[in-house]
Design a protein around this ligand. Structure first.
Ligand SMILES: Nc1ncnc2c1ncn2[C@@H]1O[C@H](COP(=O)(O)OP(=O)(O)OP(=O)(O)O)[C@@H](O)[C@H]1O
Length: 302
């Protein structure tokens, strides 16, 4: 590990249900790695009930040099929200259904490789976004995908198969909703199938809604999918999966530093994969380089 990034006292926040993956063995591996590298560590297992308050209390009780989120995007966002604006970096061991932010950060998806980040890493600053006081690190949206996320969270099955099945069922009857969007660069008014507020690039499914987004450029993108004939759905999806969404005539992107989204039809939304109710006027602001993250050492530096 590079000396300036030395971390000694770690907290691991482990979501036991994320991705429907058994984590007992992993807990043993974390303990073994920490022992081998003489790192102090604490484990906190989430319960799904008041986790944020309990983790906040742990962070106030003791100084941790880094906090690792072990789970999916929901767990990452839970931990990340508490670390924004602090000196404590966020580490990610991706073990959810989608793991979107970890993919955008080039964090290894292989658990053994990701575990090496505990003792071998660099620390970098990334931007975060604020939506009416709710922090967002990755992608938030209103419209079709938010509806699918809501149904997924209401259901008792996790994993990508379950998400895809719900999406297929909802797609057939989904009607675009009306939005008014004002930003510091351009405005939009009209119907949209979905409106994504993107700090990063791709959903956990690898569908790249914002392929050129940069996580530390001080800007975010509002990505719109405008109404399209049902038959065009597959082609839009294909373009998303091939990093080619801009070639679709049904998409539009606004790059900006602040925005207000008027959610006229009060459509559902999610913030970083967790359903959220933010009212019908959503103020979006950018917090440049406000979160420290633990990343693999780039090849040229290793
Ligand atoms: N012990 C628990 N029992 C039940 N639910 C839990 C528990 N701990 C956390 N949760 C719930 O898990 C959800 C977050 O899961 P997470 O996003 O980490 O994994 P995932 O949904 O499988 O993956 P991804 O978000 O990457 O698709 C939150 O809704 C949280 O309330």
């Amino acid at each position: 590990m590079q000396e300036e990034n030395k971390i000694q006292n770690l907290l691991f926040v482990i979501n036991p249900i994320a991705g429907d993956i058994e984590k007992e063995e992993l807990v043993e591996e974390i303990k073994a790695i920490c022992e081998a590298h003489q790192l102090n560590h604490k484990l906190y297992k989430t319960t799904g009930e008041q986790d944020q308050g309990k983790i906040k209390a742990l962070l106030e009780e003791e100084r941790f040099d880094a906090v690792f989120a072990v789970g999916g995007d929901g767990t990452v966002s839970l931990v990340g929200a508490l670390l924004i604006g602090t000196k404590t970096p966020l580490g990610i061991i991706p073990l959810g259904s989608g793991n979107g932010l970890s993919k955008d950060l080039n964090i290894p998806q292989d658990t053994e490789e990701a575990l090496q980040l505990i003792h071998n890493h660099v620390i970098r600053n990334i931007d975060t976004i604020d939506l009416n006081g709710h922090p967002s690190i990755h992608l938030s949206d209103l419209g079709f995908n938010a509806l699918v996320v809501q149904r997924f969270c209401e259901g008792d099955r996790r994993g990508p198969g379950s998400y895809a099945w719900i999406a297929l069922q909802e797609y057939l009857n989904y009607e675009p909703k009306f939005y008014r969007i004002e930003t510091d660069t351009e405005n939009f008014e009209g119907d949209a199938f979905m409106v994504t507020i993107a700090n990063a690039n791709a959903f956990g499914s690898n569908a790249a809604i914002n392929p050129n987004g940069v996580l530390n450029d001080g800007r975010f993108e509002i990505c719109l999918i405008e109404p399209f004939p049902k038959a065009a759905g597959l082609s839009i999806l294909y373009k998303m999966y091939t990093d080619n969404i801009d070639s679709s005539i049904y998409t539009r992107r606004i790059s900006c530093r602040r925005a207000t989204i008027y959610n006229v039809d009060r459509e559902v939304m999610h913030v970083d994969g967790e359903p959220a109710e933010l009212g019908n006027e959503i103020k979006v602001t950018m917090h440049p380089k406000s979160l420290k993250v633990i990343l693999p050492i780039p090849e040229e530096e290793s």
